[in-house]
Design a binder for this molecule. Structure first.
Ligand SMILES: CC(C)(COP(=O)(O)OP(=O)(O)OC[C@H]1O[C@@H](n2cnc3c(N)ncnc32)[C@H](O)[C@@H]1OP(=O)(O)O)[C@@H](O)C(=O)NCCC(=O)NCCS
Length: 139
């Protein structure tokens, strides 16, 4: 019976005595956008092991990530995905960012998707979602 667990990075077991079926990582970054620094929870490494795909584990992991974000003190959350995964994340309340992303000054091919978390991010949602965002690296 799969169990959903959440670990702080420092608590992540160095040796697993169990098999990870699906996984995601959260990392805090600061992004300067349109004159303002935003605390962003970056979501990355969303993965379901091949034999277990299509059984709802990825959805459960994204829901657990959303639960964590709901109590986060970050301004917004962002992830990068292949364009065909937009419906997967949109179904969990994530919004696509058609303005695209520059990573280290180069236009990035992955779709950025975001969730607004703080009042000031919600107030700036149009800019955060629709204008090009510059990031130093894509988590
Ligand atoms: C993307 C991924 C995590 C989905 O995990 P999963 O456990 O198979 O997802 P689920 O079974 O919870 O699927 C949830 C829904 O998303 C859809 N979906 C899953 N993968 C999809 C894909 N690659 N493209 C389009 N839709 C997809 C499913 O069809 C399902 O829709 P439904 O509820 O209408 O049937 C998994 O395919 C994966 O690990 N891919 C390789 C790594 C990757 O691309 N990660 C994403 C990085 S942003």
């Amino acid at each position: 019976m799969p169990i959903l667990s959440t670990f702080a990075h420092s608590d992540l077991p160095s040796a697993f005595s169990w098999q990870a079926i699906a996984y995601a990582a959260l990392i805090r970054v600061t992004v300067f956008h349109a004159g303002t620094d935003y605390a962003i929870d970056g979501v990355g490494n969303v993965l379901t092991a091949t034999p277990y795909r299509g059984q709802g584990y990825g959805r459960q992991v994204v829901e657990r990530v959303n639960d964590r974000l709901d109590t986060s003190d970050a301004d917004a959350a962002a992830l990068f995905c292949a364009p065909d995964l937009e419906p997967f994340y949109a179904a969990a309340g994530w919004s696509p960012c058609p303005g695209g992303t520059r990573v280290d000054s180069h236009l990035y091919s992955e779709l950025r998707m975001m969730r607004m978390l703080s009042p000031r991010a919600r107030a700036a949602a149009k800019s955060l979602l629709t204008t090009t965002m510059d990031v130093g690296w894509a988590w």
